[in-house]
Design a protein around this ligand. Structure first.
Ligand code: B12
Length: 449
């Protein structure tokens, strides 16, 4: 999966504007081009890098704009490195910004209020270059926000749950979406919902699924545990073409779930809920995070055997709980003096420990984390995953999805492979190219603790 922001913003540009999109995961950004205006979307951990890119472009007279969650939270800092910042939703603000720019009247901050999710315009899928990323699928948003209030989530306290009219979502899928042509027909008509929680309103999800049935597409999404407890809804999703669900299981330790304020995860129901999804033809993959206040040595040592008991190995993200600066968790750790000294925005990547854990030392958490990455993302676990899952359902495409999930399962090994990093916040040097450019450009990292 990749961010859909570039094609989303492109869809908001007036027709006379010529647009190019770049995703640095897929291709280097050519910094010698004579663009008039460049919009940047980035995750917190790429802020230093994005500052470098913006500064290099601005030196050549290109006007730069930043948007997204980090930019919206750190407006003053961001305005030192970009010409403007969008703090509101893109739909009203991008057209207004372009119009101001064309008149030579660019303002520093754009915070016009959106008319709501019906203002979302279809993305420009034809700009996605599937030859640069042969495995990605097109993505669409049906909703934004989430009704839950998990203490580590960047949405908590910022975004209420809202959804688009079903007919507009269906039309966008039918008429605008472009399919990945690289899989000999397998990925034709397959897409992802990029929503934070497609099940934020079960009633809306039912309506959406009813409308998706006639389209006969194959799709995946992320949603919360409570939806998986509703068997009729899971069946309806499968009937509508859903073959993959990601859910944030986060922890199998009740104390950690309680510390995250994630009461919707009912640990006693995990086995039942997982098997139900598989048997209905949906591959359930999940994320786990370590480093929460309930975690102990005993739990972290036993985690692989708990997963073996569940006979479930389809972990997509194994992370270290991250106190993103706009979250309740960050405010809690800051108030308790538990942020590690000297953490910079680069450290807020979900794989680096940025706080002092309650029951363990920072290096103990990182040692457990590195071991778990190595132990869980292995070929024997992949073999177990395939043999446990392949025969669960014979719905069309289910087995293909199980087979194609192999690389995702192995990718759990990837985060901690850089031998130059300790993955303890405040200790590791910035990546070499960024550090060199920052030195030349006189930029310093954003210290967050
Ligand atoms: C695809 C995806 C990924 C991809 C691509 C990342 C990316 N660049 O977005 C990959 C797989 C790399 C990824 C990784 C991770 N992800 Co992720 N991911 C997503 C996902 C599912 C979809 C992103 C997307 O396209 N959304 C649709 C677009 C349209 O919305 P958006 O990105 O939210 O942007 C909105 C606004 O912020 C704004 N906006 C954003 N940028 C800009 C720029 C401009 C100029 C303007 C005007 C507006 C604007 O416009 C959008 C519409 O309102 C989101 C969930 C979600 N729905 O957003 C999580 C999400 C972004 N991921 C998240 C997390 C936690 C992670 C991981 C830490 C997971 C992990 N433990 O490994 C890692 C982070 C790695 C890192 N180095 O920091 C969090 C937040 C992370 C953060 N830093 O804020 C999210 C929000 C999920 C969640 N609710 O927890 N992820």
């Amino acid at each position: 999966m990749q961010s859909s922001v570039p094609e989303l913003l492109a869809g908001l540009c007036p027709e006379h504007v010529e647009v190019e999109i770049f995703n640095e995961k897929e291709a280097d950004i050519p910094l010698d081009r004579d663009w008039d205006l460049v919009f940047f979307s980035y995750l917190h951990s790429y802020y230093e890098h994005t500052k470098v890119l913006s500064t290099l472009l601005r030196r050549r007279g290109v006007v730069t704009v930043a948007g997204g969650r980090h930019a919206g939270h750190f407006v003053d800092d961001v305005l030192e490195h970009f010409d403007a910042v969008v703090t509101g939703e893109p739909e009203p603000n991008v057209p207004a910004l372009i119009s101001d720019f064309e008149r030579g009247e660019l303002r520093p901050v754009y915070d016009l209020e959106s008319k709501g999710p019906s203002a979302i315009r279809p993305a420009r899928y034809e700009l996605i270059d599937f030859s640069r990323n042969r495995v990605r699928l097109p993505g669409i948003e049906a909703s934004r926000g989430c009704p839950f209030k998990c203490n580590f989530c960047v949405l908590t306290g910022h975004e209420r749950y809202r959804y688009r009219p079903v007919a507009e979502v269906i039309d966008e899928i039918r008429l605008k979406m472009r399919w990945n042509p690289n899989w000999l027909g397998f990925a034709d008509e397959a897409f992802m919902f990029l929503d934070n929680n497609l099940g934020g309103s079960p009633k809306y999800l039912r309506e959406l699924c009813e409308a998706l049935i006639p389209l006969k597409k194959t799709w995946g999404c992320a949603l919360t545990f409570n939806i998986l407890q509703d068997e009729s809804l899971v069946k309806l999703m499968a009937q509508a073409g859903c073959r993959y669900i990601y859910t944030g299981l986060e922890s199998l330790n009740p104390d950690s779930i309680a510390s995250m304020k994630k009461g919707q995860n009912k640990l006693s129901e995990v086995t039942k809920v997982m098997n139900r999804a598989y048997q209905n033809g949906i591959l359930l993959s999940f994320g786990l995070i370590v480093g929460s206040d309930g975690d102990t040595n005993d739990y972290l040592v036993k985690l692989p055997s708990y997963l073996a008991d569940l006979r479930s190995f389809s972990i997509t993200f194994l992370g270290i709980v991250c106190p993103y600066p706009e979250t309740p968790l960050y405010r809690q750790f800051a108030a308790e003096g538990r942020l590690l000294p000297g953490t910079i925005s680069r450290d807020y990547d979900g794989y680096t420990l940025c706080h002092r854990p309650k029951n363990l030392s920072p290096s103990e958490i990182v040692e457990h984390y590195e071991r778990l990455c190595r132990e869980l993302g292995t070929l024997p676990n992949l073999a177990r995953h395939w043999s446990n899952r392949l025969l669960d359902s014979n719905l069309p495409n289910y087995r293909k999805i199980v087979l194609f999930s192999g690389p995702e399962l192995l990718s759990v090994q990837n985060p901690v492979k850089n031998p130059k990093r300790t993955y303890i916040g405040g200790r590791d040097p910035i990546e070499a190219w960024d550090a060199e450019q920052m030195r030349k450009l006189g930029l310093s990292p954003q210290v967050l603790s």
